[in-house]
Design a binder for this molecule. Structure first.
Ligand code: NAD
Ligand code: AKB
Length: 317
């Protein structure tokens, strides 16, 4: 099955929050025609469906993935397809099937076709027993199904590197804040929704409490981290390859609401925690990313002020 790895890049789950920014960044870097966006769904009027290379592809269909890899000369997969925490806790079977099953499909295809793989993890790998600032190495005891699938993903990514030499890499993304695309069924979605609500309605009902503090990151930093990790020479990638901690910004929901109130006249936020509070409470406040700094020189650029200014500016325009 395996031949010479191709030059094209396949992105799974490309119509989601990260895909919206990552496909654009990869096309800017490698050329418009080098990047194939794929997703199980097709969205009308989406720029990736309307322009550029797009294929409808489920990560649960290994035969279809093989065909795309062979027909399109794929050499690298950025595997973004997943079910996130809030949706996943409502439908744990689907979450396990897509997150674990989909990652097996991708890793098996990579082994057979000699591909490189980027497979993201999450701060959801940590459980309530992790220190408030979670180190790279600590027992991983997540209480959410989503978090468990992400731990399994990290283990599989490491195994395929150790057993088969597949060049697999991943980052434990914090909650990501971006303006191009809505967030997709996660617990940290309030940090995106609040900006839209502030500008459109002047009010937001926040589904976690005011003192909820989580590791977060502006999307530009997350995309840069992804590209830098994939560009790093093999010898600089250590045992954290399954999921590097990367730190961005740690803020409470109230600190975010206050920062928006200072900039949007009359904005009000009420805190009405729902079932997602429990998932947020099981995650750390911040992460220690010294291993990513040492291994491949990671450093975040956005703080809360810069992120809030840019989100409001972009969304207002
Ligand atoms: P998202 O929910 O916005 O997008 C996921 C995409 O996967 C969707 O477009 C969906 O249609 C697609 N998908 C679902 N099932 C599929 C299947 N069977 N086959 C193909 N596609 C399928 O998610 P995202 O925020 O873009 O996250 C991407 C990755 O990053 C995930 O692995 C997620 O766990 C991880 N991550 C995201 C964040 C964040 O804040 N966005 C934080 C930590 C980790
Ligand atoms: C979620 O909230 O599920 C994601 C994540 C932190 O993995 N944003």
């Amino acid at each position: 099955m395996s031949g010479t790895p191709g030059d094209s890049i396949l992105v799974t789950g490309a119509l989601g929050q990260i895909g919206r920014d990552l496909v654009e960044a990869l096309r800017d870097k490698h050329g418009q025609d080098s990047v194939i966006a794929s997703d199980v769904r097709e969205v009308e009027n989406h720029p990736f469906v309307e322009e550029g290379r797009f294929v409808r592809l489920s990560v649960l269909d290994g035969d279809a993935m093989d065909s795309v890899i062979e027909d399109e000369d794929v050499g690298t997969i950025y595997h973004l397809a997943a079910i996130l925490s809030a949706t996943g806790e409502q439908n744990p079977d689907l979450c396990e099937r897509v997150n674990v099953g989909g990652t097996i499909t991708v890793l098996e295809a990579a082994r057979r076709h000699d591909l490189r793989v980027y497979s993201p993890s999450s701060i959801a790998v940590f459980g309530p027993d992790a220190p408030a600032t979670a180190p790279q190495i600590t027992p991983l005891n997540p209480t959410t199904t989503y978090g468990k699938t992400k731990v399994t993903g990290e283990v599989m990514v490491m195994n395929y590197w150790k057993q088969y030499g597949v060049d697999t890499r991943g980052i434990r993304y914090p909650g990501l804040v971006s303006w191009k695309s809505p967030a997709g069924g996660g617990t940290t979605d309030y940090a995106v929704e609040i900006f839209h609500a502030a500008l459109n309605k002047g009010h937001y009902d926040c589904f976690v409490g005011p003192e909820t503090r989580l590791p977060m990151m502006y999307m530009d930093d997350a995309i840069r981290a992804t590209l830098e990790l994939m560009d790093a020479p093999t010898e600089s990638i250590g045992d954290a390859r399954g999921g590097y901690n990367v730190s961005g910004i740690s803020f409470t929901a109230k600190e975010l609401a206050d920062a928006i109130s200072e900039r949007v006249d009359g904005f009000t936020c009420e805190f009405k925690p729902d079932h997602r509070q429990e998932y947020a409470d099981s995650w750390p406040d911040a992460v220690d990313d010294s291993v990513a700094k040492d291994d491949w020189g990671w450093k975040a650029e956005y703080d809360l002020t810069r992120m809030v200014d840019e989100m409001l500016d972009r969304l207002s325009n």
